[in-house]
Ligand binder design. Structure first.
Ligand SMILES: [Zn+2]
Ligand SMILES: [Zn+2]
Length: 341
């Protein structure tokens, strides 16, 4: 590493997860750079938001030198907040993009993800999730499939694990030697549905983001599989890296009590998961009956009724004497004087 890594400004740009693994956050999502110490080459894992490219390039320049480019971009999955700068960076660097084969449809323009589920949480990030892009991007000419034997291209000593439930071809990356886990969104280390938690980076090992998770049974199995790896450090798509006993206890707890801790009480995909195959989503549960329009109609009706009531009341009031002097003039003064007034 270069000397300037100890500089405070440099550290505000990125954080060190473990030897040869660094991360950076753009607004609410993380990206990672992993180096192969054998030849000092590196890969980028995930490509953040559309706004993330300059930050990623600056970080790469500071870590690896001004014109350094990665061997490849590896993805955990293709949600909009993980592929925002993918096309731009892959084109600029002219590098391949590696994904699990079940994630291909969403990166080659063939299938959209299922609609987000704003009912899954009361958090603002979930409530506005209906606005998040779900349409596929198309970087087909750059796509490569991760090898079926679990090895990770360009990163000896790393394996990947398919961790579906949040996205069909979601994968997590694991360095076996020192048990470093880049989990993607299989689980998170903040409350991803809460704006405050995400912005303040409050540490809380949580399930996958509720608004995008389409199969909660699969997501629970994925967390179990990751917990069984007994990672020493976990770095996720949302939240700060965690390690040590605190993390181990919380991860085991999440795996064992996934239904209570991660699965929402209500939501479109809770009892009726969406189903995908290699060509995309085949079944999406129907949109739950939305009573917003009914509630809105009732609300408008109540406001209108209240308006009519107050208008009538004030009209009636106008007809009656309003003050003592009005009363006096109306009831006690002689008719002649009344008329003269
Ligand atoms: Zn995601
Ligand atoms: Zn995400």
């Amino acid at each position: 590493m270069k000397e300037q890594l100890t500089h405070r400004d440099t550290h505000s740009l990125y954080f060190e997860v473990a030897p040869h693994v660094w991360g950076t956050k753009d607004i609410f999502v993380n990206m990672y750079m992993v180096q192969n110490p054998e030849d000092n080459s590196w890969v980028l894992i995930d490509a953040g938001l559309k706004s993330s490219a300059p930050k990623i390039k600056k970080m790469a320049a500071e870590l690896f030198g001004p014109d350094s480019k990665p061997n490849a971009i590896l993805l955990t999955h293709g949600h909009f907040d993980h592929v925002g700068s993918l096309q731009k960076l892959a084109d600029e660097w002219d590098v391949p993009v590696y994904v699990h084969y079940l994630e291909l449809p969403y990166l080659s323009g063939r299938s959209s993800y299922p609609p987000a589920d704003p009912r899954s949480s009361s958090g603002l990030m979930a409530k506005v999730s209906w606005m998040y892009p779900k349409k596929p991007i198309n970087v087909e000419h750059r796509l490569h499939i991760l090898p079926p034997d679990g090895r990770v291209p360009f990163l000896p000593g790393w394996i990947y694990i398919n961790t579906p439930g949040h996205a069909p071809g979601h994968v997590s990356y694991f360095r076996q030697r020192d048990k470093i886990l880049i989990a993607g969104d299989a689980f998170t280390t903040t409350k991803p549905e809460s704006v405050m938690s995400v912005m303040l980076q409050r540490k809380k090992l949580s399930g996958p983001p509720k608004y995008f998770t389409y199969d909660w049974t699969a997501a629970g199995v994925s967390v179990k599989n990751l917990a069984e790896l007994e990672p020493a450090v976990v770095a996720t798509g949302h939240g700060q890296p965690m390690s040590g006993d605190e993390m181990r206890i919380e991860l085991t707890n999440l795996a064992v009590h996934f239904n209570d801790l991660a699965v929402p009480n209500k939501g479109r995909y809770v009892d009726d998961p969406a189903v995908a195959d290699a060509s995309g989503f085949k079944y999406i549960p129907p949109k739950p009956k939305d009573n917003t329009v009914l509630l809105l109609a009732i609300g408008v009706g109540l406001v209108a009724a209240a308006g009519v009531y107050f208008l009538t009341r004030s009209a009636n009031q106008k007809r009656k004497p309003k003050s003592f002097w009005d009363k006096l003039a109306g009831e006690y003064l002689p008719k002649k004087l009344r008329d003269a007034l």
